[in-house]
Design a protein around this ligand. Structure first.
Ligand SMILES: *Cc1c(COP(=O)(O)O)cnc(C)c1O
Length: 397
């Protein structure tokens, strides 16, 4: 959860750093996904589930869930039960699916709050059915099959047992099977042979569920990369996370290629500007030395805030109208930028905005640039921005 918001600070206070979240971008990205899947879904039209797990990939679960619903998302998705319950507590209505439960649920609370829960093994379904009987409320259950990812889900050899158990519990009135679903291993590598193989296994799993008499409202397997690149995987619903936040999951593409706009801009305010002589070591370990007389600017953001430590000497930021590298080690709370010019002390001032990443249209680096510089995915760059960075919501009307 995001612990700090701009309202926790005195009015008018200058924030050390902030993650600006453009809710208009979230709305329009969701709308765009809706258009893409409406044209290609297998029934009349497929819908969008906005995946808001992990505090909406670091963007803030509740405001982003509201914005995604305003953009037309029919469903919300979370990994953890407490994430789903947080949405209900904030007053979000409509279908919500959670899919990663510890033993024990907490099923009663999820059932009472009408959250769709996921049965990914026969024993999970037995726990859910017992809880539904205990609560006297029909549980909404989705069945998850492992079509080849090799992570969550029921292996095909146990699938028949799971669907028959579900059909029995449904006939007894304890549960309603609302969905059947699966997840891809390599949808972000279009053409990967596992994609076709998983679709084939999914077709068999759906046929077995149908044969057992189950009539789920939604069948779904597509994440963002499949939503954007694989129409035949759209079925009734796509579970989109990354694309809702305006980032592309596919190689060699930009968000604009799909009509998406990055929603997060991460900024900080310069905390100190000073001259330094040539050959001055900079930050822990002295892995950077000034090349000549220069100006150093101190940026009060570090790995405790989610900036990767291996951005040392490689991450770039926008300051004073130009891009500069992180000079030396990224520290826990701060890093230094070497402006390379002793006169820059007159151009860059304490309090100036430093853009770490954003949509890219002001010349600032993007989350993709940070991912590339540090050897990870754009998913991780935005999600790891920590609770110490206040989220400031714009486009809120
Ligand atoms: C995180 C997640 C998604 C969303 O994936 P994106 O690639 O961000 O769209 C969908 N389904 C499951 C099961 C997930 O865990």
């Amino acid at each position: 959860m995001t612990d700090l918001t701009a309202t926790d600070f005195p009015p008018g206070a200058t924030l050390r750093a902030e993650a600006r979240i453009d809710l208009d971008a979230i709305r329009s990205n969701t709308r765009r996904l809706g258009q893409i899947v409406a044209e290609t879904g297998s029934k009349s039209a497929a819908g969008v589930m906005a995946v808001v797990k992990a505090d909406a990939y670091g963007h803030g679960a509740v405001p982003c869930a509201r914005a995604a619903k305003q953009g037309g998302a029919a469903w919300l998705g979370t990994a953890l039960p407490e994430e789903a319950l947080q949405l209900r507590a904030a007053g979000l209505t409509g279908p919500i699916l959670a899919w990663l439960h510890p033993a024990g649920g907490p099923w009663d609370e999820l059932i009472v709050h009408e959250i769709d829960v996921t049965a990914y093994a026969p024993w999970v379904l037995e726990e859910i059915t017992a809880a539904a009987q205990r609560c006297g409320i029909q549980a909404r259950v989705q069945l998850k099959v492992d079509t080849g990812l090799g992570r969550g889900g029921t292996q095909p050899h146990d699938w028949l047992e799971l669907v028959e158990l579900a059909a029995k519990a449904e006939a007894a009135g304890h549960i309603r099977v609302t969905g059947v679903w699966s997840h891809f291993a390599c949808a972000d590598e279009p053409g990967h042979p596992s994609i076709r193989a998983q679709l084939d296994v999914f077709a068999l799993a759906l046929a077995a569920a149908d044969h057992a008499g189950l009539r789920p409202e939604v069948r779904h397997i597509a994440n963002s990369p499949a939503a954007l690149s694989l129409p035949e995987a759209h079925f009734d619903l796509v579970r989109a996370g990354l694309a809702v936040y305006g980032l592309s999951p596919l190689p060699d593409t930009t968000p604009a290629d799909f009509g998406l706009r990055p929603a997060m801009t991460l900024t900080a305010r310069v905390a100190l500007v000073k001259n330094a002589p040539a050959e001055h070591g900079v930050s822990y370990g002295h892995i950077h030395h000034t090349a000549g007389p220069t100006t150093l600017a101190l940026v009060p953001l570090g790995y405790a805030d989610g900036l990767p430590r291996n951005s040392s000497n490689v991450g770039e930021v926008l300051v004073g109208g130009a891009r500069h590298r992180v000079a030396g080690r990224m520290a826990m709370d701060q890093f230094v930028v070497d402006l390379g010019d002793p006169d820059a002390v007159h151009d860059v001032h304490v309090g100036d905005e430093v853009v770490i990443f954003g949509p890219g249209d002001r010349g600032e680096p993007t989350a993709d640039d940070w991912a590339q510089a540090t050897g990870t995915l754009n998913y991780e760059i935005v999600t790891r921005i920590g609770p110490r960075v206040p989220r400031v919501y714009v486009g809120n009307s």
